[in-house]
Design a binder for this molecule. Sequence first.
Ligand SMILES: NC(=O)C1=CN([C@@H]2O[C@H](COP(=O)(O)OP(=O)(O)OC[C@H]3O[C@@H](n4cnc5c(N)ncnc54)[C@H](OP(=O)(O)O)[C@@H]3O)[C@@H](O)[C@H]2O)C=CC1
Ligand SMILES: O=C(CO)COP(=O)(O)O
Length: 316
Amino acid sequence: MTNPKSEIQNPKSVAILGAGAWGTALANLAAANGHEVRVWSRHGSQTLEAVVKDVHIILSAISMTGVRDVASQVHSFPLSPETIFVTATKGLDPQTTCTPSQIWQTIFPNHAVVVLSGPNLSKEIQMQLPAATVVASNIPTAAELVQLVFSSHRFRVYTNSDPLGVELGGTLKNVIAIAAGVCDGLQLGTNAKAALVTRGLTEIIRVGNNWGAKTGTFYGLSGLGDLLATCNSPLSRNYQVGYQLAGGKTLTEILTNLQGTAEGVNTCRVLIQRAKQQNIAVPITEQVYHLLQGQITPRQALDELMLRDIKPEYNY
Ligand SMILES: NC(=O)C1=CN([C@@H]2O[C@H](COP(=O)(O)OP(=O)(O)OC[C@H]3O[C@@H](n4cnc5c(N)ncnc54)[C@H](OP(=O)(O)O)[C@@H]3O)[C@@H](O)[C@H]2O)C=CC1
Ligand SMILES: O=C(CO)COP(=O)(O)O
């Protein structure tokens, strides 16, 4: 059963770039609503040019490492000026610290770009469990069109007019999810976890505000919502990285055996770079960074956080 409002009077053609866990789940959602869906993978039989030809929507669910290259390739093909880009990647560009939507928008300045982000563990969505997400754009009609394409009785899609905030919420929480995995792996208890996630949200808001995003966005699905999902679920790859580090495995061992992408590892490095440039306090991210670099143990990271100077709670 589709959402009655999204029932197909006007089916759209949708190119999904990336046949990983998230690209596949999103392709299934659009196809279940009766849209024409074409999926591109670099290992697939169809060319990128054929997949994007004449489509209404191009949705990228490519890992951060591939975004710039794939966006540049798409740029070399003829597209309708009406084509809407949707980005579902949760990462930061190591060279420029740009978000994926900033990359797409720079390469396609005359096209609408929509960010899709929320508490969306793809395994649960593939099992058709209920979930909600946010589609955000500076062009409201573009976000509304994407909302219709993906909405169903199992997948509730909200629009939002702060694409940067929605994108940063989904991206920055991955670093906190690694820390949450460490917290659970060390069996630090529920109080510790609540403190970590709440102070993690403060850190995300501090970084987001400096970047130009709105505070309120981070209390929504793509900030607090996604923190709750990924900091509490073993389905999250980022959480798994932290949990297994706490169990004594090395990062290399963990990443070799992990199914899929844990963007928080790269995001943490880029975030440290940006926080230094902009002079933003990111104490949790700093400890995750030292831990990922193998410079401290999980217990030492905990001590560093607990022994910081005492201060007022609100210091965005
Ligand atoms: N899984 C989830 O629950 C969710 C994931 N996300 C985000 O979506 C993004 C993708 O995650 P997910 O699908 O889980 O990851 P996967 O590792 O399952 O898939 C990654 C996809 O990116 C492709 N890719 C990677 N590098 C390149 C490249 N250089 N050129 C072309 N394609 C490339 C991979 O292609 P190939 O298979 O050929 O390697 C694959 O299709 C991440 O940013 C993640 O944070 C967001 C919400 C939910
Ligand atoms: O972003 C996600 C859920 O919203 C997926 O989390 P992981 O990338 O940690 O698996």
